[in-house]
Design a protein around this ligand. Structure first.
Ligand SMILES: [Fe+2]
Length: 183
């Protein structure tokens, strides 16, 4: 499933593995047990699997998405959930479903807030944001690590769980953040 997804979505080469590695490091910091760390590793790799159903024209669009395209794009957590719910540990499918919910309740698809959002999803959101900023995509060049770290710090308590951000900043302080090889 992973290879297929990476072939379809060129942007994701390497991305999902870096997100997974960072998510697991954050999960260790938070004190998750082995079962949850395994779930996190898998959900980190598969979090965007629902994008396989989207039009490659939307995925590879160089500029911002229009409202209709955005609406389609925002369905990827539910599409990923539908693909995984009967095949994988339900907690992995749930982590995928909620990976774009925000701590302040302004995320999607449901607008859950704070601890209503599963911890695995709160962790993936931070790991995904870091990797998205520091990777080259069809719509942006890679930005410096310091910029990404500042962005994540700035959005603690709004977009991100502040406790997860604290752990992220600890990893940043000791240079334990995974980077795109070409960056
Ligand atoms: Fe996503």
């Amino acid at each position: 499933m992973i290879e297929v997804m990476e072939d379809v979505i060129e942007d994701l080469h390497g991305h999902v593995h870096r997100v997974s590695d960072l998510a697991v490091n954050l999960g260790i910091g938070i004190g998750l047990g082995e079962i949850d760390l395994d779930r996190l590793a898998l959900a980190g790799v598969l979090h965007d699997v629902g994008k396989i159903h989207l039009d490659p024209g939307i995925l590879g669009k160089p500029g911002p998405l229009d409202p209709t395209e955005r609406e389609l794009m925002n369905r990827h957590p539910e599409l990923g959930f539908a693909m995984t719910r009967n095949r994988l540990d339900p907690k992995v499918a749930e982590a995928i479903l909620y990976h774009h919910e925000r701590y302040d309740g302004r995320g999607y698809p449901f607008g859950l807030g704070g601890e209503e959002i599963p911890i695995l999803s709160r962790i993936i959101l931070v790991a995904d944001a870091f990797d998205a900023i520091t990777s080259t995509r069809s719509y942006q060049i890679a930005l410096p690590v310091e910029f990404a770290v500042n962005e994540i710090r700035k959005h603690a308590g709004t977009q991100f769980d502040p406790h997860v951000v604290d752990l992220f900043l600890e990893l940043a302080a000791i240079n334990r953040l995974p980077l795109e090889l070409s960056a």
